[in-house]
Structure formats: structure tokens, C-alpha cells
Design a protein around this ligand. Structure first.
Ligand code: ATR
Length: 277
């Protein structure tokens, strides 16, 4: 892109109106006084392969990708990072000057940076983690936890076979635990992560018994609406160190913003407040 063009970026989804990404990127563009626009773009699944390669011609330098396109864009992209391959989905696209589409997944990065920022002295090597859920978000979390050296991950999911599949993909540091037994393994955990939609506004509440949570353990919910889920409220009462899910949303946006608009943005209370407004 020549210097006199204003860079454009989008979040691509279907639907997409719920996405908070335009608030995040819009806030940073204003904060840093940068030229650029970031818009929500609703693309129907059967039009994705046709429209995506044309965005660069319209002045787009990249895009975030949300449901239901995160897997499909992997088939359209020309270059795929190792971490996107491992997770099997992409959330960040870069439209390169040579016309090629580069696909990355920054969900795992956002997840771990959120925990590191909230609990700077957390040491991943000290003990096992418990992860609830075996969907796309879980894949990003598992890949990242293994990468930073968590010795063992107890993985529990309502549909056991999905957890077994993840164990197959990620190896023996993953141990599958029956969903009905989930409450019984919490006392072993130094880190507990909920990647399911349980506890989200409009979804069922998480019913896993939480009285086994160990004081001092780090408890992270990927759900950020509400900000304080029942899991986090109970964890806080139990003396755990709680990390809400909004930070992951903010941190996963950092690499894309930097690539598209040329400035590495800071995740702080001000951007949190801007997104919550
Ligand atoms: P994502 O990509 O956001 O992780 P997903 O692939 O739909 O989304 O996964 C949603 C997760 O929430 C899954 O682990 C799902 O459990 P199943 O694999 O059994 O479907 C979990 N989940 C959703 N609703 C649930 C419920 N009512 N009880 C237990 N787990 C639930």
C-alpha cells in the first residue's frame, strides 16, 4: 500500500454486529492519532472465498476473523503460521503487498498475555492445569499452555470424545477427565481455565461444583459477558487469583493492530473501559 492510502481493516463474521473488535481498534486508532479505519463486515459463508481475495484491492491491509469463518479462511489463505495450523483456525489475516493472504492465530497469544499481565508471578511449570471445554478456544489454550511448559493438563468436556480427540492431537501431557468428575480434580490445579460458553449471558450456568478450588490458584474464564462469571466470583471467594476474559480479547488484537497500522498498542485500563462502554 502506498503511503498516501488510508489503511483499512475489518472483522469478518456472520453475524458480526456483536463483535467488540471495532471498539478496540477504533479506540487505539484514536489514542495513537493514526490514519486508518476498522469496520465490522458481515460476509455470508458461501461468499467468503470470492470476497476475501478482493478486499486487498479495496484498500484493506488485513482482517480479524470470527465465527463461522475461522476454519474456512485457512483454505483460502496462501501462507499459514505454525500456530494457526496447530490450532486449525485463524483469527488474524494480513493482506500482503504481493497479493498473498497470510493467516495467523493470535488467540493463544492473547490468552497467555492476559494471564501474564494479570498475574505476573504466575509460573506455568509449578503444577497441573484444569481446562473446561474442547472446542476451538480450547485448542488455542491447550497449544499455548503446552508451549509455555505446563506439566500436565486435565481436560474435561461434556462430550468426552471431543476431549479425547484433543488428547490425540496434543499428546500425553493431556489427561481426559469425565465431565461429571470435573469438580473432583480442581484441588490439584494451579490454573483453571473455562473455555466453554457456560456462564455467558443467555447461556446455561456452569454447574461444576467449585468447592475444591485451591486458594492461590489462578482461575481464568474466557467468558467476558458478564465480566464476573459465577466461576470467577466463587474463585475470588475461595482466595484464588482471578483473571477475566476481556483481557484475552484485547491482547489477541495487539499483533494484528501492529501489523496493519504500524504501532504496537498497549492493553491498559483505558482500553478496557472503552470496550465496556
Ligand atoms: P468455541 O470455538 O468457542 O470453543 P465450540 O466449538 O462451540 O466453541 O465449543 C463450545 C464448548 O462449550 C464445548 O466444549 C462445549 O461442549 P461440547 O463439546 O459437549 O458441546 C461447551 N458447552 C457448550 N454448552 C454446554 C453445556 N450446556 N454444558 C456443557 N458444556 C457446554
Amino acid at each position: 500500500m502506498s503511503d498516501n492510502k488510508i489503511p483499512l481493516a475489518a472483522v469478518i463474521g456472520h453475524p458480526v454486529a456483536h463483535s467488540k473488535s471495532p471498539n478496540v481498534h477504533g479506540y487505539w486508532l484514536r489514542k495513537y492519532g493514526l490514519k486508518g479505519h476498522y469496520i465490522p463486515m458481515d460476509i455470508e459463508p458461501d461468499k467468503l472465498a470470492d470476497l476475501l481475495p478482493r478486499l486487498a484491492d479495496l484498500g484493506f491491509v488485513g482482517a480479524n476473523v470470527t465465527i463461522p469463518h475461522k476454519e474456512k479462511v485457512m483454505e483460502i489463505a496462501d501462507l499459514i503460521t505454525d500456530r494457526a495450523t496447530l490450532i486449525g483456525a485463524a483469527n488474524t489475516l494480513i493482506f500482503r503487498k504481493d497479493g498473498r493472504i497470510h493467516a495467523d492465530n493470535t488467540d493463544g497469544y492473547g490468552f497467555i498475555e492476559n494471564i501474564r499481565q494479570a498475574v505476573p508471578d504466575w509460573n506455568p511449570r509449578t503444577g497441573p492445569a484444569v481446562v473446561f471445554g474442547a472446542g476451538g478456544a480450547s485448542r488455542a489454550v491447550l497449544a499455548t499452555l503446552l508451549d509455555v511448559g505446563v506439566p500436565q493438563i486435565l481436560l474435561t468436556n461434556r462430550t468426552r470424545i471431543r476431549a479425547e480427540k484433543l488428547k490425540e492431537d496434543f499428546g500425553n501431557r493431556i489427561q481426559v477427565v469425565e465431565w461429571v468428575q470435573a469438580g473432583n480434580v480442581l484441588e490439584d490445579a494451579d490454573l483453571v481455565v473455562n473455555t466453554t460458553s457456560l456462564g455467558m449471558t443467555g447461556k446455561p450456568e456452569m454447574r461444576v461444583p467449585l468447592d475444591g478450588l485451591k486458594p492461590g490458584a489462578v482461575v481464568n474464564d474466557l467468558v467476558y459477558s458478564p465480566l464476573k462469571t459465577r466461576l470467577l466470583a466463587t474463585a475470588e471467594e475461595s482466595g484464588c487469583r482471578v483473571v477475566d476474559g476481556l483481557g484475552m480479547l484485547l491482547h489477541q488484537a495487539v499483533p494484528g493492530f501492529e501489523r496493519w497500522f504500524g504501532k504496537r498498542p498497549v492493553v491498559d485500563d483505558a482500553v478496557r473501559a472503552a470496550v465496556l462502554r
